[in-house]
Design a protein around this ligand. Sequence first.
Ligand code: BGP
Length: 457
Amino acid sequence: MIKFPNNFLWGAAASAPQTEGHDLLNGKSMTTWDKWFEKNPELFNQRQGPQDASNVYEMYHEDVLNMVKIGMNSYRTSISWARLLPDGVHLNVEAVAFYRHYFQDMLDNGIEPIINLFHFDMPWWLMEKGGWENRQSVTAFAFYARTAFEQFGDLVHKWTTFNEPMVHIESGYLYGYHYPAIVDFRKAVQVGYHTLLAHVSAVNEFKKNNFDGKIGIILNVSPAYSKSTEEADQQAKEYSDLLNIKSFLDPAVKGIVPEKLVKLLADNHLLPQVELGDAYLISNNCIDFIGINYYQPCRVQAPANSNNIAKKPEGFFAIYDWPDKRINPYRGWEIYPEALYDVAIMMRDEYENIPWYVSENGMGVADEERFMNNGMIDDQYRIDFIKEHLEQLHKGIEVGSNCFGYHMWTFVDCWSWLNGYRNRYGFYRVDLDNHFKRSIKKSGLWFKEMTENNGFF
Ligand code: BGP
């Protein structure tokens, strides 16, 4: 039997904009998602917009009881910046009441809340000033972070600043999946730099004011595997890891921006604007723990033409179609659980064995209704997926990696940006035609048994 350490965190992750609903009610102001949907609803799968999120605003108590039913002892979600501080300055008292009730309810039921501050949901008032392109966003975020610590610090003892910062940077400024959906590598780097500064400023607020608890960040880590051992392919691997992983992991954990990354950006005229004192801020605000989101690895090879100044990260590394890869046929992503072991070893050997947890891992399935069997989604594929990943994680823990938990994406099917409800991930199904009614899937029943045993056969 595979047994996990005592007090291991079992749970799931989600975010405010993907679950709360009541998007423009109860004092919340607009985010980029609300505006984008208002302007271009046709971009969103089946025209499902932020208002279609799974109604946690009204249903959180039922959800907390459903968490208990499957043995979860922890849950990550986020606070909506635009709900808490609709104009960036004044507190929305209804938002304070909502989040306080919600977090208290989790605590009363033995669920530890892990609360994140930013999950891709830029308030519109700040986007109008340039969003993360504008350095003012850093102070605005620090103020928001401090407000959240003050309002909820008695209930929350694990905070994270950002979810997957690389995703809002790349999706917004290189690949068109997030607003403003432009292609501009230099801006992407500047946005990334301000995001990093916003992160360290929030950590600084937390530490200098001695708030109780721990603070971290959630990073998406897709380890790169190169096509061959040839130098050019190895170089591509190094660049991929530098840009996609180390760009945030190194400053967050070690307080340094990797020298090789600075050189790469400088050589390509991509360096961001910095100010005096930034390096000091970065080096003095390391995190206490880290969340790693892992879905699939990154297969890379040398780019066809590496002499050009890069217009996109693809100028540094190209994606390689590994012939042996196993695919999740319902989402198209590669399934490669072994990478989770490699991540565990990387955290142990290269990142001071800092406490970390798997903050997202999961299997998206399009059109999941087709697996309905006697009124329940029969998602054996998801159970197999989780088991394989847990086996690799367990192997990593056995050799000393300091992993304290595993969170699935996600607990209840939720709305996912331009994809709407296309890919389902939950342990509970949401019925969109029936007032967001939740019903357990087979994987939820399996997870209950697994958490009861703190492991599985
Ligand atoms: C992660 C994000 C989540 C969620 C998930 C599933 O990277 O943190 O917000 O969206 O991916 O993505 P998708 O619905 O595109 O399959």
